[in-house]
Design a protein around this ligand. Structure first.
Ligand code: SF4
Ligand code: SF4
Length: 89
């Protein structure tokens, strides 16, 4: 019951603005295409030298973690840390 109240009530307002819509910072993006190449959903494309997101994101975070300019975010406004499996091998 405490968990239900804590998660559903206390944290509700903190998460209600979360969305599966990717945010690409076009000022940081250099159009390298690494994000588009890494996306299993083909949700990203390069248009006029910048990455553009569609609406098929499954929130796998591959693109967020691979971007050399930290230009893509899902939750929050900036990338705090990037982690790929190679980091832990
Ligand atoms: S990986 Fe980053 S810098 Fe490269 S195209 Fe994608 S968003 Fe832009
Ligand atoms: S989070 Fe995953 S599914 Fe979503 S755009 Fe990035 S690579 Fe594609």
């Amino acid at each position: 019951m405490a968990g239900l109240l804590g998660q559903r009530l206390y944290f509700y307002h903190k998460t209600r603005n979360y969305s599966d819509r990717l945010k690409v910072d076009s000022a940081k993006c250099i159009g390298c295409g690494k994000c588009a190449d890494s996306c299993p959903m083909k949700n990203l494309r390069i248009e006029k030298g910048r990455a553009v997101a569609e609406e098929r994101c499954t929130m796998c975070y591959r693109c967020v973690n691979i971007c050399p300019k930290q230009a893509i975010t899902l939750i929050g406004k900036k990338v705090i840390e990037q982690g790929t499996i190679e980091k832990y091998l």
